[in-house]
Design a binder for this molecule. Structure first.
Ligand code: ADP
Ligand code: MG
Length: 250
């Protein structure tokens, strides 16, 4: 069973093609790393899948249904730089926003919802910051709050855009642990990622993208030096110092 199928998606900004004929199908219960150079269209891909951008052409299905009827089972952790961190709201309310699909937009959260949201904050080590304004949290703390929000949502498929960017080692560990727990629960996770050194550890599937897919599939088959060179245009010399980063390549 595929959790996500993307067929022939193309996206333009001001008539410039950002994505061209992107197709791939993600098995349920997998963790996919979306890898590619800056400007490859990784964020654009996630946003177009989630219908946050107009898509020129193509089709997206989540568990064989159009995405617009599946929003309840989709969780999204946007790229940190795209969030308005000055928005006057506290950590607990951000987590409760992840529950709107369950609560209903204009209803107040009940006690049970609040207890659940607090539990999610606790799981990411942020219980002490529930009433702190999000503008007054460090980058890693903000990321943990967004993680708690995703957890609170209890989605079946998660999209995370560079969740490790600018976080400390312990936050990165907390995020990867949560992703692996989600996988064990049968959830499907897609993660935009740029640290090539950790790809083998973190992901069982990889989508190598540069405007169009270079390769998609199991990490040990896709994450090869040849494919990386194709995706990055030969600018990955630093990898050779760390042969473990490309173990599995032949
Ligand atoms: P990535 O996340 O892989 O770094 P993006 O998806 O953010 O790449 O961007 C892909 C391409 O589309 C880049 O060339 C970028 O400059 C362009 N782009 C992204 N967002 C916009 C936008 N809102 N308007 C115009 N061009 C954009
Ligand atoms: Mg991006």
């Amino acid at each position: 069973m595929y959790a996500l199928t993307v067929k022939d998606i193309s996206v333009t900004y001001d008539k410039q093609l950002a994505l061209e004929n992107v197709s791939f199908a993600v098995p349920e219960g997998s963790i996919t790393g979306i890898i590619g150079p800056n400007g490859a269209g990784k964020s654009t891909l996630i946003k177009s899948i989630l219908q946050l951008l107009p898509t020129l052409s193509g089709k997206v299905e989540v568990f064989n249904k159009p995405i617009r009827v599946q929003k309840k089972i989709i969780g999204y952790v946007p790229q940190r730089s795209e969030v308005d961190w000055d928005f006057p709201t506290n950590a607990l309310d951000v987590v409760l926003m992840g529950r709107y699909n369950h609560i209903g937009l204009f209803k107040r959260a009940n006690k049970k919802e609040i207890v659940w949201a607090k539990h999610c904050l606790e799981r990411v080590g942020m219980q002490a910051y529930a009433s702190r304004q999000i503008s007054q949290l460090s980058g890693g703390q903000q990321q943990r709050v967004f993680l708690a929000r995703a957890m609170a949502q209890d989605a079946k498929i998660y999209f995370m855009d560079e969740p490790f960017a600018g976080v400390d080692a312990s936050t990165e560990k907390a995020i990867i642990q949560l992703m692996k727990e989600w996988k064990e629960e049968g959830k499907t996770v897609l993660v935009v990622h740029h640290d090539l050194q950790t790809v083998n550890d973190y992901f069982d599937h990889v989508l190598l993208l540069n405007k169009t897919p270079i390769a998609y599939g199991e990490t040990n088959r896709v994450f090869t030096l040849d494919n990386l060179e194709e995706a990055y245009g030969g600018k990955i010399a630093f990898l050779q110092k760390e042969p473990t980063a490309v173990k599995g390549s032949t």
